[in-house]
Write a protein that binds this ligand. Structure first.
Ligand SMILES: Cc1ncc(COP(=O)(O)O)c(C=O)c1O
Length: 412
């Protein structure tokens, strides 16, 4: 009987979420894709303007072939966690490729970037165990609008309130003030931020961040360590797809990335100096006690990195950047306002009202376009937006038709 009562509590919570119009569980089911990558939903084609597959690599024939080959060679799954049953060559090759792509000494993969953030932040912030030399005498400083996986990584580390603080969104001067204010109080400081912020497409200035943390390094006995989660940047941002670091000319100590967005595959990673990665391989619970993604996915990701590294990658990045420019010009010419000046494939159209934003997303869906509406509490009240995501798969006609549909839908 008491279990029934718990179910009633859950039912009430579901009703509350439904009433607040923030439900996420009613996911659209895509039955298949057409050859030109339109999603088929209940028999009707839709152009995706809400995908993180910025270069279109998830549909790439060579990526599929590499996935199949790795799966045939190594099996559909990894078999067990790595310290139990060893690892297959494809994961080591992938880790070498990631380290080399980002010009780092070493890299390790996780089942997702979410899992990477949980594992990395927990270990770096709190230390491995009560017996380890690495203790929790840490100040963690986090950008105010960091991704949920970073916030949860900090929560999991379980530091007390005085060990945690946030700096103003994108404000490295504020970060500097905070680091100076706490000098001498903690053994080390860890600064953590998104590279690209997924709601607005803004990029953190990694060069400025590096300068500020470098200047404050001696204020802490064990220095200031920087962790950047560039999930939306890696593969698709910066001149050769190295992400926010390349775009701003800076470098962090530990770079977290995903293989599931710009690289079109799946899984997460962290890359940095060898000693960091060795420590994390020993200590990050989401790595040690959890299977990696499948060998097929590792093969697919390896091929995707190879493509981004080559001539085809340059062409795809060029196309993506041309599409971003065309979209920004056309949507502004049509009288819309962009919520921020983003140079990334994420482009937020400012609508400013939750009901209108919702209605516009629905109207665009009826016109054959998939986009995401974003409202409070994800963005401040009055900053409701339609988040548009460009891809190298779009052609000029897709973008022109989308902008035209936005205009038509707003007029009706
Ligand atoms: C900044 C950021 N970090 C991490 C993630 C999670 O990536 P993954 O899907 O690989 O767990 C996301 C995904 O939305 C993200 O935007």
């Amino acid at each position: 009987m008491s279990k029934e009562q718990f179910k009633q509590v859950l039912q009430k919570e579901i009703c509350r979420i439904d009433e607040s119009k923030t439900a996420k569980r009613h996911e659209r089911v895509i039955d298949t894709f057409t050859e030109d990558h339109k999603a088929i939903i209940e028999g009707k084609p839709y152009t995706l303007f809400n995908s993180n597959d910025y270069l279109g690599l998830r549909f790439h024939a060579d990526v599929h072939a590499a996935e199949t080959e790795a799966s045939l060679r190594y099996g559909a799954g990894p078999g067990a966690v790595r310290f139990i049953s060893g690892t297959t060559r494809v994961y080591k090759d992938l880790e070498d490729a990631i380290a080399s792509f980002h010009n780092r000494e070493d890299a390790m993969v996780f089942s997702s970037a979410f899992a990477a953030n949980l594992g990395v932040i927990h270990c770096m912030v709190k230390g491995q165990s009560k017996d380890a030399l690495v203790g929790g005498d840490t100040l963690i400083v986090s950008d105010a609008l960091n991704h949920r996986s970073i916030i949860d990584g900090i929560r999991v580390a379980g530091l007390s309130r005085e060990n945690k603080t946030i700096f103003e969104h994108l404000n490295c001067d504020d970060l500097s003030t905070i680091l100076q204010k706490h000098a001498g109080t903690f053994r080390r400081a860890i600064v953590v931020t998104d590279g690209i912020f997924s709601m607005l497409g803004e990029s953190q200035d990694i060069k400025k961040l590096q300068e500020v943390t470098h200047a404050c390094d001696d204020l802490y006995e064990e220095g200031v360590i920087t962790i950047v989660d560039d999930a939306h940047g890696v593969g698709c941002f910066g001149e050769t797809g190295r992400g926010s670091e390349e775009y701003t000319g800076g470098q962090c100590d530990l770079l977290v990335g995903t293989l599931g967005k710009g690289f079109g595959a799946d899984g997460g990673y962290v890359t940095g100096d060898k000693i960091f990665i060795e420590y994390l391989r020993e200590s990050a619970a989401t790595y040690v006690y959890s299977n990696p993604f499948s060998p097929g996915t590792a093969g697919a990701a390896l091929k995707a990195i190879d493509i981004v590294n080559g001539e085809e990658g340059r062409l795809l990045l060029n196309t993506l950047n041309e599409n971003i420019t065309l979209f920004k010009t056309s949507i502004r010419d049509a009288g819309f306002t962009l919520a921020v000046e983003s140079f990334h494939a994420i482009q937020p159209i400012l609508i400013g009202d939750p009901v209108k934003t919702h209605a516009l997303t629905d109207a665009l869906f009826n016109q054959g376009f998939l986009v995401t509406n974003i409202s409070y509490p994800v963005v401040p009240k009055g900053r409701d937006e339609i988040r548009v995501q460009l891809s190298a798969l779009h052609d000029n006609k897709d973008i022109e038709q989308f902008v035209k549909a936005c205009t038509t839908c707003v007029q009706h």
